[in-house]
Design a protein around this ligand. Sequence first.
Ligand SMILES: CC(C)(COP(=O)(O)OP(=O)(O)OC[C@H]1O[C@@H](n2cnc3c(N)ncnc32)[C@H](O)[C@@H]1OP(=O)(O)O)[C@@H](O)C(=O)NCCC(=O)NCCS
Length: 170
Amino acid sequence: MIEIRDEQEGEHQEIRQVIVAAFGGDIEANLVELLRDRNKAPIALVAVSDNTIVGHIMFSPVTITLAPKAYRAVGLAPLSVLPELQRQSIGSMLAREGLKKCAEAGFKIVVVLGSHHYYPRFGFSRASLYGLDNEYDADEHFMAIELKHGALDKVSGTVRYSPEFKECGC
Ligand SMILES: CC(C)(COP(=O)(O)OP(=O)(O)OC[C@H]1O[C@@H](n2cnc3c(N)ncnc32)[C@H](O)[C@@H]1OP(=O)(O)O)[C@@H](O)C(=O)NCCC(=O)NCCS
């Protein structure tokens, strides 16, 4: 039985281990810690099985050049599941619950830079179709989802992640 819930103080080291195991390196774990330390992670969830953390997801604010200043958008990154427990829907549970929490928190859209085979199942589609580009020159791998219908109707431009991404080498 998998429980999806907010990450808590006291489990940051365990989360780090999950992220390092999933990615095979520490760049993404460093990013998560920096974003958290700087209060730039409004939504961060863990997947828990038998009192053990087996997955993690984080969302952090992004800016969009041609959006109103108060426009609230976040990027999904990173998403991690322990290698031995992948392909058992844990990543999907984290993504779906995360998107729900983003909507409840009032964010209008979520962007993601990742596999275009994986993320469309949650409702993401190619961001360039909405007139959104990115700093990484990604096309089909850069995707967006509207959390409110029409949220991207009058918004376009370059999406920028928090500076911590570059700081960590992402
Ligand atoms: C990506 C990841 C979070 C998916 O978690 P998961 O629990 O294995 O995913 P689910 O069980 O919900 O979904 C499995 C599906 O995702 C696909 N999938 C998993 N990882 C994938 C990847 N890196 N690229 C493309 N597809 C992937 C599987 O092929 C499977 O597809 P299917 O349903 O069509 O058979 C997990 O594989 C992981 O931690 N990977 C390493 C870190 C990473 O690359 N994170 C994503 C980038 S931010």
